[in-house]
Design a protein around this ligand. Structure first.
Ligand code: MG
Length: 390
């Protein structure tokens, strides 16, 4: 009898040992959740090659915040906030405060509980979407590392290449045409996004010179960054149509969805929404009144990949395509956005160029993706595939 008891005790000990080992936890039991043990932040200053001018702002640098989320399994993930006050009301200082608050909720949570973590962050603080995006991106980096798969596969995709446009900021029409020619002939881009929205006549002149400079085969889209009135927009977009511009982004103030619907009914080119659509609810409202042909999703506007997938699903169900755009982000957030483009068939366009405006585009962040003109090939390393630590 004693022998049987001893044997039973031994068997129970072995079972307990197996249940506690990492392999069993991760791959067999699916049970004991991983836990977040630390959240670290680092502020980085990104000087631009030259000041970047859009209709309502000029930026010569960006102050971004990197986040590192560590777990009790030894896995960690990196995320990034690229705050831009005129669009989300955030600065590096507000992001740091928000992350301090989120840290208290994050410690002890399962990093795979992305829904729960977004709910926690939304309960603590409304808006603050760049800070939320930083956390969200780090969670997906962890998930990729746990699965041993690159992010585009974690998001359900199989294609590892995307084509991005390159943006030309506002300058004199002649200088914009010269820059457009250089981007095409020297750098190999096939799609250009032209910033506009300060002066409609100069915008038409700039687009005329740009079309002459790059020829008929380069795809052109325009971003007016809320700069036009309804009557400006109808007149100017019709002139853009004649020049073969295929889409115009956010021609009216962000609040004017009815105006966007009206403009859309008067022109043939694609009407795109950017500042009008931050959240999945904004996307649903825009789709409901037929205010857009295409929606520009930005991780910093919506709070990361999890809400971005929701926006894309809402758009797709309403026959609206999506583009993924960016703020002045480094390769960390860009790699996340590009992975989403690669993963989703309804995200047909990419405007993921901002890290290239930086004096040092690599910023000591090897990996993520390789760049050849406008074609990015994503890394097959797990998660974001970017080799940085801090
Ligand atoms: Mg825009």
């Amino acid at each position: 009898m004693k022998k049987t008891e001893k044997l039973l005790t031994k068997i129970l000990e072995i079972v307990k040992f197996i249940k506690n080992c990492k392999f069993y936890k991760n791959y067999c039991a699916g049970g004991t959740p991983m836990k977040i043990t630390d959240v670290k932040v680092e502020t980085i200053r990104i000087p631009m090659k030259k000041p970047f001018r859009i209709a309502f702002a000029v930026q010569d640098h960006s102050l971004n915040v990197l986040v590192k989320i560590s777990t009790d399994e030894g896995l960690w993930g990196i995320g990034e906030a690229a705050p831009f006050e005129p669009v989300t009301g955030e600065s590096a200082a507000t992001v740091l405060e928000a992350l301090k608050l989120f840290r208290t909720g994050l410690i002890g949570m399962d990093p795979l509980d992305v829904e729960g973590i977004h709910r926690m962050m939304d309960r603590l603080l409304s808006g603050n979407t760049s800070a939320k995006a930083a956390v969200d991106i780090a969670l997906y980096d962890i998930k990729g590392k746990l699965m041993g798969q690159p992010l585009y596969k974690v998001l359900g995709g199989s294609v590892n290449q995307i084509v991005t446009d390159m943006t030309v900021g506002i300058d004199t029409p002649e200088a914009m045409a010269a820059e457009a020619r250089e981007r095409v002939e020297k750098d190999g881009f096939t799609i250009l996004k032209i910033k506009a929205g300060i002066n409609p006549s100069e915008d038409i002149q700039a687009l005329t010179l740009i079309r002459q400079a790059v020829g008929p085969n380069i795809r052109l889209r325009v971003d007016a960054n809320q700069g036009y009135t309804v009557s400006d927009a109808v007149r100017t977009l019709k002139a853009f149509e004649e020049l073969g511009v295929e889409a115009v982004e956010q021609c009216l103030p962000s609040w004017d969805l009815d105006g966007m619907r009206f403009v859309r009914s008067k022109v043939d080119l694609q009407v795109m929404l950017d500042e009008s659509v931050h959240t999945p609810i904004d996307a649903a409202k825009a789709c409901k009144i037929d205010a857009a042909d295409i929606i520009n999703i930005k991780l910093m506007k919506c709070g990361g990949l999890y809400p971005a997938e929701k926006i894309n699903a809402i758009a797709e169900a309403n026959h609206v395509q999506c583009m993924v755009g960016c703020m002045l982000e480094t390769k960390v957030a860009i790699a996340a956005g590009v992975s989403l483009v690669a993963a989703k068939q309804n995200i047909t366009e990419a405007d993921c160029d901002s890290f290239m405006y930086a004096v040092d585009p690599e910023m000591g962040m090897p990996g993520g993706f390789a760049v050849n003109g406008g074609v990015y090939t994503l890394s097959d390393k797990p998660g974001l595939g970017i080799d940085i630590d801090f």
